[in-house]
Each structure stands twice: as C-alpha cells, then as structure tokens.
Write a protein that binds this ligand. Structure first.
Ligand code: F6P
Length: 403
C-alpha cells in the first residue's frame, strides 16, 4: 500500500475542483492506494509539508458532487517556479522529504503551462535520482493556451460565462436611442482564445460583439477607431470584445507588476480604449472588465467542461498507477465535432512546459477584427450543457473547507 498527493496551481477556474474530485475518485478505486493527500497552495504545500487528508474531507458522494461544482481551488493555489535541480537541489530535497515521510508514490499537479514546468522538473529529478515517484500533469486554465491538448478544462466554463455575460451586456447597451460604444475586456494573457470565444453568440443570430481583438494580431489604435466608426454606420450600440493581452503603445503600463514566471499582470486595456474612443469620437462609451468573474463563476458553468475535468482527473490516476506513466500531461484529443467526442491521451511534458498555444491566425478574419466560422465550430461543443446546481437560501451552495 502507498499514498498519493494532488495539488492545484495557477489561476482559478470553474473546473479545477472537478479535476481534483476526479483524481480523488480515481484513487478511491485503486486498492493499492491508502491515503489521498491534498497539498495546500500547490507545490508550496509539498515544500512545507502542509497536507490535508482528503479522505477525511470528502466523506460521501454529496461532498464530491458539491466540490465538482465549486469554482476556484479548494486547496488554494500558487505561482511558484522551481529552479533547475542542478542549480538548487534544496527545494527538491524538501519535496522528497515530504513524499518519503508520507509514503507518497504518485503526485498529480493540476495547472497550466507554468505548472507543467514543475511537473517536468520534478519528473526529471526523480528519474535522475532513480526514485520511483510518478509525476503527472492535469491541465487547467481559462486561457486555453496549453499545447498538446485540444483544449483545457476550465476554458469551456469561462467561455460560457463570457458569452452569457456579453449577451446580458448587449441587452443593456441597446436601451437608449443615442449612439454608444461598449468595450468588454476579456482575460487570456498572451492568447486570445477566451476573447475569441465570444463569437459563439453568432450561433444564435446575434451579430455582437461586432469586433473582436486578439493578442495574436497587431493592434493599431487608428485602425480600431476606423473599425468603430464603420460599425457605427450599421449599429447604434457598438459592442467590442478585446483581449487583455492586446499589444499597443498604450496597452501595458511600464511599471506593471510581474509574477514568478515573469508574466506581466495585465488588465486595463478596456479602460484605455474607452478614453481613446471618448477623446476621438465623443459618443457615450463604457468599458467593462470581466476580471476574475470569468474564471471563478460557476453558476453558468459548462456541463461538458465540468464532466471532462472530472474525467481527466480520474484518467490521470489510471495513467500513473495502472500504466506506470510519469512525466506526462493528460490531454484531450478531439475525435469529432458532430457528435462531439474527445479521447483522453497522455502527452510528453517537455513539449508543454512553458510553451503557449496561440489562437490560430487562420481563424482570424482578413480585417483582423473578428474570427471565422472555424473558430465558432471549435468553441461550440465546449460550452454545452449546464450542471444542476444545489441552492440554499436562494444562493448556490459551495463546498468549503472548515477554514
Ligand atoms: O490563469 C490565467 C489567468 O487568469 C490569466 O487569464 C490572467 O492574465 C492571469 O491568470 C492573472 O493572474 P493572477 O491570478 O496572478 O492575477
């Protein structure tokens, strides 16, 4: 008998707890696994021996059901970059101490491309030392920018939230008789997947957002202004979706903070474009930053996303324990769109860690201000279905640790 550990890392999503539930349920089915530990705040919890025994926390099927639908990371998260072990072995020895102390033979790290760097480094270290501890990455991110997988858990729910919220914003924007411009800023760091996904409203005959701007394309403020003026010839209320990562002279503040992986902490392009439109067009203009709501909202989550997130967590346990895999990330391979079908396979972690999967240039229209039908067809299956949510006093019930 041996034990396993699981941790969550990077920015929250609506589905990351579903993957945790999946790892837990997968482990429950393995007769050789005794305790199932959850590390607090990602790899920091392993480094500092802060482990929770999940068997004492997830007591029954109802707990698991609730956790699956609870957004964000129940165990907490981190943005922690391990140095290479050749440079600094101390952290690796601390991690090994924790694993040995608790007889942990497999570690599951739920995270994005930065977290996969940790998976890769740990696996390399254990392999180099001849230590048999399996390390498996389980993807997640609303940014959908992880390579070697069709999409990432968490993205579908974020996309569904963005589209639903945009549709509501559109209802609000259209009430007055005067011309207006509304700019909605959407997360995604350096990849435009989430902003692009706002095109799904088209499937229901909604032409807005009339323009979509992504970091994958050069952004010219002058061209943007021209696009807005053109759209105003057709629409009284012009609605624009813009990715937070769009690059232009006034997009990023020189003194913007950076995280442990050197990523600039973004946010604010919408407000800047609002001022730009106000100064140059002078009509009613408003910007809306969806901010963390798009990654921690679960009341309009995608059932497809939550179900897949749970499944990929379960499969991770099978990969490590039944098939003895390590140094891999679980990944989705899309088999067909209609009917939508995805297989779960494993991918070499060295092709994933620290890489970024950009939105395909060929899915951007020639004008550089919208996306094509191929993008729509890719996104639609990922936002299908709604989980049944339990309510108490009119409010969705979340699973909470006794903190
Ligand atoms: O995890 C992805 C993400 O949500 C990005 O979309 C966003 O740019 C970034 O994280 C924000 O980082 P933080 O959680 O550190 O504020």
């Amino acid at each position: 008998m041996f034990n396993i550990a699981v941790a969550q890392s990077g920015g929250p999503t609506a589905a990351i707890n579903a993957s945790l539930t999946g790892v837990f349920s997968g482990a429950e089915l393995c007769p050789d696994i005794d305790e199932i530990y959850g590390a607090e705040n990602g790899i920091e919890g392993i480094l500092n021996d802060r482990l929770l025994n999940l068997r004492n926390i997830l007591m029954d099927e109802h707990d698991k059901e609730l956790l699956m639908k609870t957004p964000s990371t129940i165990l907490g998260s981190c943005r922690f970059k391990l140095k290479d072990f050749e440079q600094d072995e101390e952290s690796y020895l601390k991690i090994l101490d924790t694993f040995n102390k608790h007889n942990i033979k497999a570690f599951f790290y739920i995270g994005g491309n930065d977290s996969m760097d940790t998976v890769m480094k740990l696996d390399r270290y254990f392999t180099a030392q001849g230590i048999d501890i399996k390390v498996i990455g389980v993807p997640k991110t609303i940014d959908n920018d992880v390579t070697e997988t069709d999409h990432t858990p968490g993205f579908g729910s974020a996309a569904k939230y963005v589209a639903t919220s945009l549709q509501e914003i559109i209802r609000d924007c259209r009430v007055y008789s005067i011309p207006s411009v509304t700019i909605v800023e959407i997360m995604g760091r350096d990849a435009g997947w989430l902003a692009a996904s706002s095109c799904v409203l088209r499937a229901n005959g909604e032409p807005a957002p009339h323009m979509i701007y992504l970091p994958e394309n050069d952004f010219s403020p002058e061209k943007f202004l021209e696009d807005v003026k053109q759209a105003q010839l057709r629409y009284k209320a012009v609605i624009v979706a813009v990715s937070e990562g769009v690059k232009c002279d006034f997009a990023t503040d020189d003194d913007a903070a950076v995280d442990a992986f050197g990523h600039v902490m973004l946010g604010g392009i919408g407000k800047k474009l609002e001022k730009f439109v106000a100064a140059n067009i002078g009509c009613k203009v408003r910007s809306i930053e969806l901010n963390v709501m798009q990654r921690c909202s679960s009341h309009i989550a995608s059932l497809t996303d939550i179900t897949e997130a749970e499944r990929i967590g379960r499969e991770a346990v099978a990969a490590a324990i039944e098939r003895g895999e390590s140094g891999v990330m679980m990944s989705f391979k899309r088999i067909s769109n209609n009917p939508y079908r995805c297989e779960i396979v494993t991918a070499d972690i060295s092709k994933i860690a620290n890489q970024e999967k950009k939105f395909p240039k060929e899915w951007i229209n020639p004008e550089g201000n919208n996306v094509t039908i191929d993008a729509l067809n890719y996104f639609l299956p990922l936002i299908q279905g709604e989980p049944v949510i339990e309510y108490r006093n009119g409010i969705p019930v979340h699973f909470r640790l006794n903190q």
